[in-house]
Write a protein that binds this ligand. Structure first.
Ligand SMILES: *Cc1c(COP(=O)(O)O)cnc(C)c1O
Length: 372
């Protein structure tokens, strides 16, 4: 029997009847764009994390782009992003004619290194760029080091966008991701911790002004009337069907986050004496989008993956090439000290199957296969 890397079917079986009736309700009501479920989902999502406003949109990449648009990021601006992340985090920056500047990560948490950010800011200024914004990522579901990063941003007059596509609902010293940064973005791509059955995304902010701008930008730069255009915007909305599905998924999300803790704890217990298991700093709680080990070398990683594959256990590498080494991004500035940790992590990390419904028996098999 092959084990699923992320088992969406187990979750669906749990709530299938409720999903069917929620979908049926949307079909009966026939309001496919901006139906009442969209506003209801936004209200529940804001309450979940303690943010004042939540605005849904078409996907997590659009959420990042809308955030930069609302902050007025433009040509000549530097936006500081990690190199060890999914492409979306950087992709939206050149799209708005601004310059992504790549920052290294910390070897223990995989998240943005505050010292590297400081060096990158000095470097960006020396290139004549205007430091505008920093986008820490809650990689693999663990919140970034906001208490260090936000003051550095403030000292340099910058805004902070939290890319919590992988980390929505994670805990940070008594707060929840979504209510920490000027704007937080997330994704409901099916495999994310809170996923829908298609594409979806959302933004969170406490600012009334940013909320109004994002609301306008996501619907063609609308004014008070939909055929009044105040600014050049986008078409980026969450479908009513996806909102209806997400309301049912959000209802079990807190329980799923707890189940993910139990799965991670069982991995830790079975693997920590043989491998470098994930580190969670005091006061933080991961939502475990990924459970990621550090092997000793690329060869050790290859061997682990081959062993696991033979035993029917899927593994993945997030991410095999850091963004500053990708063709699309290799011309952009980086921390002048280089990005050695991002490069090292790319060659040694490996992620194991992780989802809230991973049963003990399957997990024992995974642990045995990984140890070999
Ligand atoms: C998935 C992801 C995104 C983009 O989300 P989409 O909904 O796929 O556009 C952005 N940032 C990170 C870190 C992600 O993992």
């Amino acid at each position: 029997m092959t084990i699923a890397f992320i088992d969406l079917a187990a979750q669906q079986a749990r709530i299938r009847a409720r999903l069917d009736s929620a979908i049926g309700e949307v079909l009966n009501q026939g309001r496919y764009i901006m139906g009442p479920q969209v506003a209801e989902f936004e209200r529940q999502l804001a309450a979940f994390c303690g943010a004042t406003h939540c605005l849904s949109c078409a996907n997590g990449t659009d959420a990042l782009q809308l955030a930069l648009m609302a902050l007025g990021v433009k040509a000549g601006d530097a936006v500081f992003v990690p190199a060890f992340t999914f492409a979306s985090t950087a992709e939206v920056v050149p799209f708005l004619n601004a310059t992504p500047v790549f920052v290294d990560c910390l070897p223990d948490t995989f998240n943005m290194d505050p010292e590297s950010l400081k060096r990158a800011i000095v470097h960006a200024k020396s290139l004549g760029l205007n430091p505008a914004c920093v986008i820490p990522v809650d990689l693999f579901g663990l919140p970034a080091d906001y208490d260090s990063l936000v003051p550095i941003a403030r000292e340099n007059g910058m805004k902070v966008i939290g890319d919590s596509a992988q980390g929505f609902g994670a805990g940070y010293k008594g707060r929840i991701t979504g209510a920490i940064c000027d704007i937080t973005t997330t994704s409901f791509f099916p495999a994310k911790p809170l996923g829908c059955y298609g594409d979806g995304g959302a933004l969170f902010t406490d600012s009334d002004e940013l909320k109004a701008l994002i609301d306008s930008f996501r619907v063609h730069g609308k004014g008070s009337h939909k055929y009044q255009n105040e600014r050049v915007g986008m078409n980026s909305r969450l479908d009513t069907l996806q909102a209806a599905i997400l309301i049912e998924k959000l209802a079990i999300y807190a329980d799923e986050i707890e189940r993910r803790q139990a799965v991670a704890a069982r991995y830790d217990a079975g693997l920590s004496n043989r491998f470098n298991t994930p580190y969670v700093p005091d006061g933080l709680k991961s939502v475990w989008a990924q459970y990621t080990l550090k092997t000793d070398s690329e060869a050790a990683r290859d061997a682990l993956r081959a062993r696991a594959k033979d035993a029917g256990v899927p593994t993945e590498v997030y991410y095999p090439v850091p963004l500053h080494r990708q063709n699309a991004y290799k011309e952009f500035p980086v921390d002048p000290a280089g990005l050695p940790v991002s490069e090292d992590m790319s060659s040694r990390v490996v992620s194991l199957p992780m989802h809230p419904y991973l049963e003990r028996e399957a997990q024992d098999r995974i642990i045995a296969a990984v140890i070999g």
